[in-house]
Design a binder for this molecule. Sequence first.
Ligand SMILES: CC(C)(COP(=O)(O)OP(=O)(O)OC[C@H]1O[C@@H](n2cnc3c(N)ncnc32)[C@H](O)[C@@H]1OP(=O)(O)O)[C@@H](O)C(=O)NCCC(=O)NCCS
Length: 176
Amino acid sequence: MCRHRIPLLVTTVSSGGADGAPGILIRPAERADLLAIHRIEQAVFPQPWPFSALESYLGEPGFLVAESDTDDEPRVVGYVIADTVPNHGTPLGHVKDLAVREGDRREGIATALLGRALSALEAAGAASAKLEVRAENEGARQLYRRFGFEHRKTIPNYYSNGEDALVMVRLSSEST
Ligand SMILES: CC(C)(COP(=O)(O)OP(=O)(O)OC[C@H]1O[C@@H](n2cnc3c(N)ncnc32)[C@H](O)[C@@H]1OP(=O)(O)O)[C@@H](O)C(=O)NCCC(=O)NCCS
């Protein structure tokens, strides 16, 4: 697994900005975030990642959280995990996990997370990226299409409930 320095930049999604998510800070995930991330993971996915799997991605440049500062205490409302995998000498980005708390959706938070993660992957040399998404997850598929991901192949029965996975790929502008 690649290990890269965590970018120091943070992104604040400001009110009225292109992402439309006021008061959201996108920043690298830290150990102190893991419990909150794990809680969201368990609430959102039928096959959640175990805590140790989340922990193993700490330090990856594509492991980012969205933090809301509209409450008294800042709280994690979403996260993305992406890393790079070797691919014929050129690293390929892999978006592995993305979730936003149910009550905080459709406010541009996943858009902000994914945009920052893809920038981090590009900075790590991975101009192209892939991901797997449940065939019936129309909302996520729509989000990924907006970022230029295209359906490349279908993996039948990929998930434990028998659901197919769609492999979506976003090519760098140089490879198109
Ligand atoms: C998919 C998910 C991450 C989207 O998070 P989000 O913060 O609500 O996404 P955004 O607000 O950035 O949405 C951006 C665009 O994606 C599309 N989109 C997102 N959710 C959608 C939904 N439920 N239905 C249809 N389109 C959707 C829309 O085009 C949306 O733009 P719009 O709100 O202007 O119409 C969130 O619904 C989630 O956590 N789902 C459960 C976990 C999951 O499925 N993760 C993806 C695994 S591959």
